[in-house]
Write a protein that binds this ligand. Structure first.
Ligand code: FMN
Length: 314
């Protein structure tokens, strides 16, 4: 068995604590889960974001919280909060493409500025006992931005570098650029993780054959589309329809219960929260039933459509 570890990419609005917890409980196969980024807003971290990483809300075996900052003082504030909550491994987001953040040199917006990256990464020296990793893109606007950063990244003590093989300006669409990833890979001396558009076991095998030096594969939307993918790959056993259906029913029931207990407001708020997952969840399932789920205006219609969709899975 020489499977490469699978990491669950952070997806803000999707892979929050209950989703991660129930994913590990019912599907598994994931080596580590990355939490969506925390950032400083009006000199504090949003309560909701704080709660998402509190240890008593998280049951997964290995959770890596992520921070986003453009300056070391902000990074320090975020790291202190996480260290106080017992974390010893923290990921730094240099990949987020949202224009409002990019303009402020946050996320992928920092990539064109090696000096600013260097200043930010000094945080790793301030906390020598903490393991830091980074998640980057090839660049914000040009794929050679990562090449201008690679020597600098090599100088810092990083546990891994995960590269989403796109540019910030592409957001989440368009092709991943494996050539540019390869050029970065050839010079990166840290454990390297590939991320971007992995949807199947064949693609995992392809990418690990093309880049045998990879230390892990990070998957986001592919694990929302097929929550069993990591488990199938790790065990080398495909899940049959019965197993998928049973796991999905339990997963969904637990997720729903969690939000019934925690969401303030009425049926509509609950419905909106559950419907929001279906943007990426099981995207390959029956189109009409997915539409029914997303368009439901009552919990009864929603639950009926979810029941039918899961029963129709192959
Ligand atoms: C809705 C959404 C939210 C995301 N949130 C984050 C985030 O909080 N932190 C981060 O580093 N990447 C975030 N990403 C990027 C993903 O982690 C990942 O890099 C990207 O989706 C490509 O991988 P995939 O094709 O396997 O999904 C987000 C992506 C999407 C679509």
């Amino acid at each position: 068995m020489n499977q490469i570890p699978i990491q669950f990419a952070p997806l803000q609005g999707y892979t929050e604590a209950p989703f991660r917890n129930f994913h590990e409980k019912y599907f598994g196969g994931v080596d580590r889960y990355f939490a969506p980024f925390l950032r400083v807003q009006h000199k504090e971290i949003r309560r909701k974001d704080q709660r998402d990483v509190l240890p008593d809300k998280n049951t997964v075996n290995k959770l890596i919280p992520q921070i986003m900052a453009s300056e070391i003082s902000e990074a320090d504030f975020l790291v202190r909060f996480l260290v106080e909550n017992g974390y010893r491994h923290i990921d730094i987001n240099m990949g987020c493409p949202f224009p409002m953040l990019v303009r402020r040199h946050l996320g992928s917006g920092i990539l064109p500025y090696p000096d600013e990256v260097a200043r930010l990464l000094e945080i790793t020296r301030h906390y020598p006992d903490i393991h830091f990793s980074v998640k980057i893109r090839l660049g914000s606007e040009q794929a050679d931005e990562c090449l201008r950063l690679v020597d600098l990244l090599n100088e810092f003590p990083l546990e891994q570098v995960a590269v989403h093989a796109r540019l910030g300006v592409q957001q989440y669409k368009g092709d991943c650029d494996r050539m540019a990833f390869g050029a970065f890979a050839a010079r990166c001396s840290h454990p390297l993780v590939y991320n971007g558009d992995i949807q199947s076991i064949e693609q995992i095998k392809q990418i690990t054959t093309e880049f045998p030096q990879l230390s892990a594969i990070m998957i986001g939307r592919g694990l929302l589309a097929q929550p069993w993918l990591a488990s199938e790959y790790m065990d080398g056993v495909l899940w049959d329809a019965g197993r998928k259906q049973q796991a999905l029913r339990r997963f969904h029931a637990d997720l729903q219960d969690y939000y019934v207990q925690t969401i303030e407001g009425g049926e509509l708020q609950l419905l909106h929260k559950l419907q929001s997952f279906w943007e990426y969840f099981l995207v390959d399932a029956d189109r009409k039933l997915r539409k029914k789920i997303k368009k439901a205006t009552k919990m009864s219609a929603y639950s009926d459509a979810v029941y039918q969709l899961i029963r129709a899975l192959e």
